[in-house]
Design a protein around this ligand. Structure first.
Ligand code: ATP
Ligand code: MG
Length: 397
């Protein structure tokens, strides 16, 4: 789903015609001014959620308490949020009170950084009370208002500051640096899943080296799971950016093999999908290191959707590998899955009629699979049968 600026402007017009003020806000405005590809387009409006629902026919109330609804319009989705401020963050997580306000200016003042605190009206005029445009051209991440106060309200903003610095290849201001340095410990109040989202974007950013360096020098690593206990991980700098936690874990496990995948997944509260991917990448890496090249067995075992990911990890670790390496080896594969094996379990059972069924069957099939994939054996029934007939009868169990 590609964001459509055209539809966003039409949506603004609809709200304006119904008598409500509305603006495109946040990241989309920043990316338009930068000429960078946009993520989602967020809209802020003077209309209440009820009023937005009366203007559009497809509206999903996704965060009514925070004034947010999802508007489905011209086949695109937009988050539309009523102008609001946030007051009091006693639990460091949620504002105690969300107050609707009557001006875009006040709405912009609750936002984290000047470059994220701009709005655009339907004529394309930019409303920029905190001089975000100037900071975009100076390439700095500056807090809206006092950085200490803003990070105290919501400590996640410290991670966001570094993540934007990495993504945009910007610097953070001295004030932001000081505020992070002094208050990094407040990250303890933030759910690890939310920190993970920002950290993942940080290591995937073009400026990841600077991002990692900032985490180190500003004391942020002391509050990130696993990194906090391993100085060696804090100073390891991958030679290539890493896309997502599966890659990240695979890279960092090479630095400190004593930390199990299980621990990474548990401490960072990662999903089973990430765990499975990290496991596949790790076995591929083990195979790669054993043979010092992309092997047929590796190409056969690694799920295709992880191939690009695996190449990235190899590069991050400093292995000289071509990006076509996987595809080149893949095309040489005699089979692509066990179903294509010309000799199946039932054939193996027939070959040893006197043996009880047991784990010898699956290990036998795996030997055949390995021999065929690595081209020591032709994928022809007769060839395999001949080979199997030379086996000593496997020990029964
Ligand atoms: P991306 O392109 O990565 O989505 P973004 O700037 O759109 O970047 P979001 O996390 O989608 O970032 O947030 C949208 C906007 O909401 C931000 O631009 C900012 O104005 C505001 N915002 C988000 N999180 C915070 C926060 N923790 N504190 C203050 N403002 C925030
Ligand atoms: Mg966004």
């Amino acid at each position: 789903h590609k964001p459509s600026l055209h539809s966003a402007f039409n949506l603004l017009s609809c709200l304006e015609e119904a008598g409500y003020e509305s603006h495109i806000v946040g990241g989309a405005v920043r990316d338009i001014v930068l000429g960078r590809p946009m993520g989602d387009i967020d809209i802020a409006t003077s209309a209440t959620p009820q009023q937005v629902m009366s203007v559009f026919s497809h509206v999903i109330p996704i965060g009514i308490d925070h004034g947010t609804v999802m508007v489905r319009y011209q086949s695109h989705s937009f988050e539309v949020t009523t102008y609001r401020t946030e007051e009091g963050y006693t639990d460091f997580r949620h504002p105690d009170e969300v107050a609707f306000v009557n001006s875009i200016r006040k709405d912009l003042s609750r936002r984290d950084f000047t470059i994220n605190a701009m709005a655009m009206n339907q004529n394309g005029d930019v409303i920029d009370p905190f001089h975000g445009k100037k900071d975009l051209s100076k390439r700095v991440i500056r807090a809206v208002g006092d950085a200490h106060t803003r990070f105290n309200e919501d400590p996640l903003r410290m991670m966001r500051a570094i993540r934007f610095a990495s993504q945009l290849q910007f610097e953070v201001t001295e004030e932001v640096k000081q505020a992070i340095y002094n208050q990094a410990s407040l990250l303890n109040h933030i759910a690890v899943e939310r920190i993970a989202v920002e950290f993942e974007k940080l290591v995937a950013g073009k400026g990841y080296q600077n991002g990692i360096h900032l985490c180190d020098t500003l004391g942020v690593f002391s509050y990130l799971p696993i990194f906090s206990a391993h100085r060696s991980l804090q100073v390891a700098v991958p030679r290539q950016k890493l896309f997502g936690f599966a890659q990240l874990i695979t890279y960092y496990r090479e630095q400190t093999p004593t930390i199990s995948l299980q621990k990474w997944v548990k401490d960072w509260k990662l999903s089973n999908r990430v765990k499975r991917e990290a496991l596949s990448l790790h076995s591929a890496l083990t195979e790669y290191k054993q043979h010092d090249e992309m092997t047929l067995w590796l190409a056969y075992q690694l799920p295709e959707h992880l191939a690009a990911s695996f190449i990235q990890v190899l590069k991050a670790l400093g292995y000289p590998v071509k990006k076509e390496a996987f595809t080149e080896v893949s095309t040489l594969l005699p089979i692509h899955s066990i179903d294509e094996l010309a000799f199946q379990a039932r054939d193996l059972i027939k070959a040893f009629p006197n043996l009880e069924k047991g784990s010898w069957i699956s290990s036998g099939i795996e030997s055949i699979e390995y021999a065929v994939v690595t081209k020591q054996l032709n994928n022809k029934y007769e060839h395999i049968k001949e080979w199997v007939d030379q086996w000593n009868p496997p020990a029964s169990n």
